[in-house]
Design a protein around this ligand. Structure first.
Ligand code: PLP
Length: 396
């Protein structure tokens, strides 16, 4: 007998996972090589070799209690110091270990932040399309999700609607750039504009509005695009970072939060994040991987592999008349469907063994998401299936 709240959540369980299961079912029937599963964002690039080297070295050379023991709930101080030093150099900022909490990936970071910040019915603004789990995370702490649309021709936030939606209950704004599911990267101008709106609204309403920048895709960028570092643009800001995608380590659950030193209530917030990590049952981020990360701060996956995937898929889809924005980051394409019913479009796609995720799962119907972290070969082999799919809707 499960709780009523959980029953609803189970019933509405993630469509992306459902598609993933469907992929396995189709593979059993048609053979894995004939199924084109664009549903799940599981990185296809191998982690860098020095991750394996670091794991072995740490296990061979360090005292087991140091590697596997409990530590401060915010993470090892020496690891946090190394990350702070790295970020200071990279982004020309001035933070220390005390600005950082090690987390169980971005998901862990987002949850301890919401636990720290939200009172019941406090509002959290997200820009649609948005990562569907935000809905669950906000619901975990009895907050209220408020959706602000983006311009569907650019997927940039509609700043006028944002201004209209902010009120005395607004506590948090989420942004996610590079974006899942659109691949859009917000320019410095967008971030400056956003920072100014939030500052003005804080003054006007006499409240604190916290900006949480969810950045698991910060390193997955193309064509030398720049991703502005939020702490420089808005006082009450946090960055939620993760190594799930940047180093292809999603199963290891490792990431961190960086908080702006001059934010309102900095000390209280850092103390609360530490306690939230413990009492939500994370206790601390995985100890071995904290140490591994500290040894591999300069490591990168080979992003050119995703870029090649993006190019072949994007160029083909444009050629056959599909509307989508060329992603500047992450590994997703968000395409406009030729019929308004995106769920039906996904069902139609299955007859060609194409697994896609409806835009409604991201609060943006009339679109579908393709996750192109597949092999290049697989993507090339899938192109005729897209031709057949789009042919279904050609005006005869
Ligand atoms: N935020 C976004 C936008 C994501 O796409 C994901 C994972 O796909 C997460 C957060 C969660 O990432 P992690 O594995 O680091 O918890």
């Amino acid at each position: 007998m499960i709780s009523n709240k959980m029953k609803d959540l189970v019933d509405n369980s993630s469509i992306i996972r459902v598609m993933f299961e469907e992929g396995k079912r189709l593979s059993d029937i048609y053979g894995e090589e004939n199924v084109f599963d664009y549903s799940l964002g599981n990185p296809s690039i191998e982690p860098p070799e020095n991750i394996r080297v670091a794991i072995n070295q740490i296990l061979n050379e360090s005292a087991p209690n140091l590697v596997h023991g409990y530590m401060n709930n915010s993470g090892y101080e020496d690891v946090r110091s190394k990350i702070a030093e790295f970020l200071n150099k990279k982004h020309n900022i001035n933070i220390s270990y005390s600005n950082i909490v090690m987390t169980c990936g971005a998901a862990g970071g987002l949850n301890i932040l919401l636990k720290t910040l939200l009172n019941q019915e406090d509002e959290v603004i997200v820009f649609s399309p948005f990562f569907g789990e935000y809905r669950n995370y906000v619901n975990n702490f009895d907050g209220k999700l408020v959706v602000v649309p983006t311009d569907i021709n650019t997927f940039e936030p509609d700043m006028q609607v944002l201004k209209d939606k902010i009120n005395s209950k607004t506590k948090v704004i989420f942004i996610n750039s590079p974006n899942n599911p659109t691949g859009v990267v917000y320019s410095e101008k967008v971030i400056q504009n956003l920072g100014k709106i939030l500052c003005d609204k804080e003054d006007e309403l006499g409240i604190n509005i916290y900006l949480i920048s969810d950045e698991p895709y910060r390193e997955i960028i193309y064509d030398n695009v720049k991703v502005p570092y939020i702490l420089k643009y808005y006082k009450n800001s946090f960055i939620v970072y993760s190594y799930s995608k940047s180093l292809s380590l999603p199963g290891e659950r490792i990431g961190y939060i960086v908080s702006n030193t001059n934010m309102d209530y900095f000390k209280d917030i850092m103390t609360s994040l530490n306690v939230a990590n413990r009492i939500l049952g994370f206790v601390n981020a995985p100890s071995l991987f904290q140490r591994v990360i500290a040894n591999c701060l300069e490591s990168k996956v080979d992003v050119s592999i995703y870029q090649r995937n993006r190019d072949v898929l994007y160029n083909h889809l444009i050629k056959i008349g599909c509307f989508c924005i060329k992603p500047q980051g992450a590994f997703y394409l968000f395409i406009r469907t030729p019929i308004s019913d995106d769920k039906k479009f996904c069902i139609d796609a299955k007859q060609f063994n194409l697994l896609l995720v409806p835009g409604s799962a991201f609060g943006c119907p009339g679109h579908v998401r393709l996750s192109y972290c597949l092999s290049y070969e697989k993507i090339r082999n899938s192109l005729p299936a897209f031709d057949k799919l789009f042919k279904l809707y050609e005006v005869k």
